[in-house]
Design a protein. Sequence first.
Lengths: 114, 509
Amino acid sequence: MSAKSARRPRTPSKARATADFFDLRLYVAGQTTRSLAALANLQKICDEHLEGRYRIEVIDLLEHPQLARGDQILALPTLVRKLPEPIRKLVGDLHDTERALIGLDLRPRAPGKS
Amino acid sequence: MSPRPAPRPVLVHSVPKSPTGIQGLDEITGGGLPRGRPTLICGGPGCGKTILSMMFLMNGARQFDEPGVFLSFEETVEALTLNFASLGFDPRPLLTRKKLSLDYVRVVPDEILETGAYDLDGLFIRLGHAIDSIGAKRVVLDTIEALFSGLSQTGLLRAELRRLFNWLSAKGVTAIVTGERGEDGLTRHGLEEYITDCVILLDHRVKEQNATRRLRVVKYRGSTHGTNESPFFIDESGISVLPITSLGLQHRIFTGRLSTGVPDLDTMLGGKGYFRGSSILVSGGAGTGKTSLAGYFADAACRRGESALYFAFEESAAQIVRNLRSIGLDLEPWLRKGLLQVHAARPTTSGLEGHLSAMHRLIEETRPRVVVVDPISNLISVGTSVEVKAMLARLIDFQKVRQVTSLFTSLTIETPEGTDIGISSFMDTWLVLGNIEANGERTRTLNVLKSRGMPHSNQVREFVLTGHGLKLLDVVRHQGRVLVGSERAFHVGDGSVAARSTGRRSPRR
């Protein structure tokens, strides 16, 4: 990760180019109501705000428990924004759209929060 | 590894237990932690929670064939590996043999944003995977309260923790959950509400610049347990708990005898001296000859070709050698030969646990046949009498198992019998030195207050330090008074009073 960010030139235009693409990973445990709700909420946000510049990967930890380690997953569902950097983690079923948009940096953060 | 005391018989109605393999802790808990249940270990920062938990896992994997999972919320796997190594234990072979699993759960508050309903299934799956992949029987969660820093919905978190502990019980693993000491309760987030089977409190307090560690079993459902605070210490071989009441009495008994270094004293002790492997207390006021007796005892061992270890808590080695030379004893040759080692330290240089672990280590390294601690009363300055007592109990136990004969001197300020450390019950032989003042002079006396398992003299003798050694003279009675010093010499000399027996006489200094 650090190697990647070191390679990237710190010019505004280039930074914006990479910042455009959203690589998203949604961790769930089985096809529960909550998992499905999280996926539906995520899909909706992406359709409305990220059309054509996102990728969603759904990981079911019941099938791949060893993957919980890599992204330090504790709570489920968890959405991990792999790109653009920095990595962000959104915990919960994304029912609170406002907070989800803030978490994904698609809305400016409330004053007081950097 | 030091030999462990034989396990105590387990009560029939007691809950099944998982031994920790930690010396002392299994004695206090009557066999270990509740098997298949979570135990809460709490205490302030640096109290030893993590080390105790690690010992539980490594002993489990090595001694009891119970693989273990260590899930840390505070330290990376690399840091954990180093910590294990600091206990003289390389976890890597056990990791490759799948007897141990280390994992670091990183909780970074700034990275997490809550956006709706969730549960902790991720943690469950992760832990479950670790347990299943090595068939773990033991689990450590250190310190799970870190979750509270990353997730704000405390109500939900509490419900999930309750579910986690139930789930661990259902899986049948014996778990240690650590918690930081809180202001109001035992832990900051009240984990003691959920873990009710066994709660152990660790404490690290500093009193007059000296640190002491203590351990207490707060509760243990379905089992009797020691409720006292027990001192414990941490050194490079891990944790040792010193149960105050559990002086192991299972060591073998020795009937061999060894000289006290003073022929007259050997005579008082059934003609043969101390029992090998016994513990001897020499108590008395200032200047009554305690160090002299200790010196002759060490000298006698060296003369037999046995090694002696002398812990000096009052004087330097050079000082002791110089002073003993004035009573006809030269320890210098033994020091040069390496038969005698003097380890001098100020009591205040470290806490009690530090002294005890240093003493253990030196005894392990040098394997002496006799040990002198001169004086133990100085150790009181670094601990309360209860701690000193516990420390001595452990030290004596340790030495008896090794067949080491140990002599302790103790400075008593008032009555000789009032040895304020209350340690005389651990001692097999107790010599009391006194100082009688009569007719403008002081005369030293010695008597054997007790000496288990041997006939011994009950007389008070006059104890004389001469240029050629230590002598014990029979006391002389005249008109109902004990005559000592020059008065005695006068009466014995003019023949008006007969000595009660023909004691050896020597010129007084």
